[in-house]
Write a protein that binds this ligand. Structure first.
Ligand code: WTA
Length: 637
């Protein structure tokens, strides 16, 4: 088992140990795993390159650490508890032994499809246990999975498949989400019109929708696994071999394929899961994220399963068939740890108390949040009405690039404070710097959040673009990993995340690049140019505000064009990236050198134009007045 912190003294001790001797701190944790060959060096690193290697020379297979390491004791215990979209449909439970057999069967299937070590497999699936089976089957044979969230459009899926040069795509006929059915296979078909690398598509049958199966390319999951052995020897992989690629948004239009490697990610997700949720054997743990995002990878799949935990996987949405659904699931399975996004809390809060008063919620011990800042009102509601004043809330700050939680309370041990992620976990060395990179070492400061020392879960590169990796994370401030987040530290040394300082926005906990949305809007034939910024939104945290310059209006007038812009964004990225507000403007505020002054647009979208700062460098100051006059939010002048 991974060591667990039991007391505040224990936390301080572990933290100190991780500072004074990080290598022996992490080596001790890594020793609890099964390595077929021990590592040569615990850590080699250089943030200039950048190059980070953990447990290099070590050999292992991450699935052996989930299965073979645990089967003897946990074989008959549930690994995955699956709650379907429709509560009337029977649920499913897979024990560790059953999951192991399914993973092996599918691993053998992949091998038969000529997938080998290092090959990329794109996964575009709904939240069914087979999605986890697919990921672990890749890991079993040393193939690299690239899960694409099943809400992305065909165009986005195609970009990701091409960037990773995936050989195989795993999908389903469709996916259920509340009353909606997403036609996943049709979307894959459309995506593959622009991908030449894909040889095979394996289709899991979920909705029984009518779909086309392309002879020679498409096969049904159930046909493909039929007759496969439930035994598949684990491929021996290197600690620094790639485990997966997961695409995330950045400040340019092109999504980045964040690369995580096996050994470090395993140690880090396992350690953080156990400590952040204070998981004990037999507990039932429920994370509401979608596996298509990093939270699902690290804290539905790898972290829990490496700890032999019972991880609950929910296919549906929080509001269907009614807004009490999460709480019904909690009561039905006696969930002990519950982990969700602030946006879900805010939306359920706004739907009223009648959906929670008849729920017991007595099994809950720890509540968690992730993905965006949590406002105090939501924090208190969660604490009082869901946690019934007895469950600590862990406000966990981390990123796709960090692999696992970085700053978070340890529940029951580190006193919480609403809207603060509190203190760094052992092994994490945050530093706050000003715009010039100078360390702000006092307590009670605000600045840019960086990390000054590697931890095992840190991303190693961007797939196919190491220069961009260096540029994005390691060049803004010398010798530091730059998170892109602004942060405040208070007099207790507690950290509070203030939000992104770059052109990334956080909409309902989904991370989106404003440039990506602008590219989609600009592709609209009537649009000349656009600028997208975030604005405070009561439920989503940030909403998407688009300022758009059109050449001429179509026959549908302004309303028509707004509609068709939203449709264009849906088609190019996905429905979750649709702008909330679209203001048609005569021009954008630009500097004389033609750069859009987003700072001004951000201020207007936030409803405060009283202090726009220096606008004398603007090419046309008049345009700002016109934008304020036509703003879709109330603007203080
Ligand atoms: C934001 C999600 C405030 C932050 C795991 C970060 C948070 C981005 C928190 C990463 C939190 C994540 N409080 N903000 N507890 N957790 N964020 O890659 O801006 O989808 O940089 O990873 O979400 O989003 P990502």
């Amino acid at each position: 088992m991974v060591p667990k912190i039991h007391s505040l003294g224990g936390y301080i001790h572990e933290y100190q140990k991780s500072l004074t001797n990080p290598e022996s701190f992490w080596a001790e944790i890594a020793e609890g795993f099964h390595w077929t060959k021990r590592w040569n060096n615990v850590l080699e690193w250089d943030f200039e390159g950048p190059s980070v290697q953990w447990f290099s020379g070590g050999k292992l297979n991450i699935t052996e650490n989930i299965f073979e390491r645990n089967l003897y004791t946990l074989g008959n215990q549930p690994a995955i508890i699956w709650e379907p979209n429709n509560p009337e449909e029977p649920n499913r439970t897979l024990t560790y032994t059953e999951l192991y057999h399914e993973v092996n069967k599918f691993a053998n299937t992949l091998k038969r499809l000529k997938v080998g070590k290092g090959d990329r497999v794109a996964i575009y699936m709904p939240m069914v246990p087979e999605l986890t089976v697919a990921m672990l089957a890749c890991a079993r044979i040393g193939a690299i999975h690239s899960v694409v969230f099943a809400g992305f459009s065909a165009a986005s899926l195609a970009d990701r498949i091409n960037d990773a040069e995936a050989k195989v795509v795993l999908t389903a006929d469709g996916g259920f989400r509340g009353e909606k059915i997403t036609p996943l296979k049709n979307i894959v078909d459309e995506a593959l019109e622009s991908c030449t690398c894909v040889e095979t598509v394996v289709v899991y049958q979920r909705t029984k929708a009518k779909i086309n199966m392309l002879e020679g390319r498409d096969i049904w999951w159930h046909d493909a696994v039929a007759g496969q052995s439930t035994e598949c020897p684990a491929e021996e992989t290197d600690s620094e071999d790639v485990l997966f690629i997961l695409y995330t948004s950045g400040s340019t239009g092109k999504p980045k394929g964040i690369v995580h490697t096996i050994g470090g990610y395993m140690v880090y997700t396992a350690y953080t899961f156990r400590n952040v949720f204070q998981y004990n054997a037999g507990d039932v743990y429920f994370c509401t994220a979608d596996i298509g995002w990093i939270t699902g990878h690290s804290y539905i799949v790898y972290g829990p399963l490496l700890n032999g935990a019972q991880t609950l996987m929910f296919e549906g949405v929080p509001t269907w068939p009614n807004p009490g659904r999460f709480w019904d699931v909690v009561d039905k399975y006696q969930v002990n740890q519950f982990y969700t996004a602030p946006t879900a809390i805010r939306s359920l809060l706004s739907l009223g108390m009648e959906h929670i008063i008849d729920k017991k919620l007595s099994s809950l011990k720890v509540l968690g949040t992730v993905g965006e800042p949590i406002n105090e009102e939501a924090w208190h509601w969660y604490h009082d009405h869901i946690g019934r004043n007895r469950c600590p809330i862990v406000d966990t700050w981390w990123q796709t690039e960090t692999g696992g939680v970085m700053i978070s309370p340890i529940p029951g041990i580190i006193p919480t404070k609403p809207s603060f992620a509190t203190l760094p976990l052992p092994g994490i060395q945050p530093i706050i710097v000003d715009a010039e990179g100078k360390e702000l070492s006092d307590h009670s400061v605000k600045g840019n959040l960086c990390i000054r020392f590697p931890w095992p879960g840190i991303a190693r590169t961007i797939w196919g673009d190491h220069a961009r990796f260096r540029e994005t994370y390691f060049s803004t401030f010398k010798n530091l990993y730059f998170t892109g987040d602004g942060v405040q530290r208070d007099e207790d040394g507690y950290y509070r995340i203030l939000g992104r300082v770059d052109d990334v926005i956080n909409v309902s906990g989904h991370r989106l690049g404003t440039a990506e949305i602008e590219n989609a809007i600009n592709a609209h034939p009537l649009v000349n140019e656009s600028a997208v910024v975030g604005y405070p939104h009561p439920i989503k945290g940030q909403g998407i505000y688009a300022f758009v310059v059109c050449g001429e209006l179509s026959t549908g007038g302004e309303e028509g064009i707004r509609k068709s812009i939203k449709m264009a964004v849906s088609n190019l990225i996905g429905p979750f990236a649709r702008p909330d507000l679209i203001q048609l403007v005569p021009g954008l505020p630009k500097t004389r050198s033609g750069k859009i002054m987003r700072r001004i647009l951000r201020k207007i979208a936030e409803g405060d134009a009283s202090n726009l700062g220096d606008i004398t460098t603007l090419l046309d100051e008049e345009v700002v007045v016109k934008i304020i006059d036509g703003a879709l939010v109330e603007v203080k002048r």
